[in-house]
Write a protein that binds this ligand. Structure first.
Ligand SMILES: Cc1cc2nc3c(=O)[nH]c(=O)nc-3n(C[C@H](O)[C@H](O)[C@H](O)COP(=O)(O)OP(=O)(O)OC[C@H]3O[C@@H](n4cnc5c(N)ncnc54)[C@H](O)[C@@H]3O)c2cc1C
Ligand code: SF4
Length: 322
């Protein structure tokens, strides 16, 4: 591992000042960053440890909730108010990693974890995201687990977070030190021809909290993965559904494991609102969104997988027999 300096600040402003140094990175739980440093993928000169100064509370706020960026994934998943009012978030967190990792991982770090694309993690291979202009071997190589939506010829990686998919469905806002909040749905950049740019945040931005507006109707997260635990999503669905007299009054759908960011399925939502809450309608709506999919040969199976998964989750939320 490359030698690096380590620093702590007294407060968030001090941390941001320290992180102004080129090649500085914030260290939270370290469960992603330190792994990538060991692999030589991340090579910061300075780690600014923020774990002791980030808020870690989970509080009532404006009818919803505000969760500190330092809150551990396991604490958020176990919070009774989160479980009752935002089950999709609790379920998404519990579907991720392992108990030990969730005890260390934070909300801020979870949002900014890097892709699990195998070429990105292997410094002996080219990768446009890690080294711009070197190429994307995944397009002609191992892409089974990679994206079908929002990708480009330069990068087909997916964002690995389960939590971010639930937050996208919940219309969560990401709060930043010294800057206006951004919605989770607007946090991540699509790769285009600059896959090394992953978010809209300027370098050195410190995430301080995430806020959830009130929801008030049922929600659910379901994840398909290669084994029952300790595996990233092949595909996942976060959904919330409000049905009145058999008609969809409100719906939120976000997909994971299929795109460089949590993919909010606005087309599908628009197709469903005001229409019948039937399984056939759920499938048709998913297809409306999936019309934009550009799968590669080995991940084309994700198209029917996401359609079926979406229909199953919505049917369950609507109480529709399948
Ligand atoms: C074996 C394994 C399995 C996993 N499985 C899953 C899974 O199934 N689903 C899933 O979603 N995740 C999974 N994860 C990933 C895990 O959820 C993340 O590693 C974790 O959430 C990152 O949080 P952290 O606090 O440890 O972040 P760190 O590793 O400390 O930081 C990650 C990145 O975020 C930046 N950062 C951290 N905090 C802030 C902040 N407040 N403001 C700005 N930047 C910040 C850091 O600089 C770094 O770039 C897995 C990880 C491992 C090791
Ligand atoms: S998909 Fe993206 S992260 Fe993976 S090799 Fe291609 S450029 Fe790199």
């Amino acid at each position: 591992m490359k030698p690096f300096d380590y620093a702590r600040a007294a407060d968030p402003a001090g941390a941001v000042a320290l992180a102004a140094r080129p090649d500085a990175k914030y260290l939270a739980g370290g469960t992603n960053l330190v792994d990538l440093m060991k692999l030589g993928v991340e090579t910061p000169d300075l780690l600014v440890d923020v774990i002791r100064l980030l808020p870690g509370g989970i509080e009532e706020s404006a009818g919803g909730m505000r969760i500190g960026a330092g809150a551990r994934n396991s604490d958020v998943a176990a919070d009774p108010r989160v479980r009752e009012r935002y089950p999709v978030l609790s379920q998404a967190l519990l579907a991720g990693a392992s108990g030990q990792l969730r005890n260390a991982a934070t909300v801020g770090g979870n949002l900014l974890q890097r892709t699990r694309c195998r070429y990105f993690q292997d410094v002996t291979k080219p990768c446009n995201k890690r080294e711009p202009g070197t190429g994307c071997p995944a397009v002609a190589g191992a892409h089974r687990d990679l994206g079908i939506l929002g990708t480009s010829e330069h990068c087909v990686a997916t964002h690995p977070s389960d939590m971010a998919v639930a937050l996208a469905a919940l219309d969560a806002q990401v709060h930043l030190h010294g800057a206006a909040p951004v919605p989770v749905t607007g946090l991540y950049a699509l790769p285009g021809d600059t896959p090394q740019v992953e978010t809209v945040l300027p370098p050195g931005t410190l995430i301080t909290a995430v806020s959830l507006p009130p929801l008030g109707f049922p929600s659910r997260y379901r994840k398909v993965r290669d084994r029952a635990s300790y595996a990233f999503a092949v595909a996942s669905v976060a959904a919330a559904l409000d049905v009145v007299d058999g008609t969809v009054r409100n719906v939120r759908i976000a997909w994971g494991g299929v795109a460089p960011r949590p993919w909010r399925a606005y087309e599908a939502e628009g197709a469903l609102r005001g229409g019948p809450a039937t399984e056939a309608a759920f499938r048709t709506a998913a297809d409306a969104e999936l019309a934009a999919a550009r799968p590669l040969p080995d991940n084309a199976f994700k198209v029917p997988l996401v359609r079926n998964l979406t229909a199953a989750v919505l049917a369950e939320l609507a109480g529709v027999d399948r």
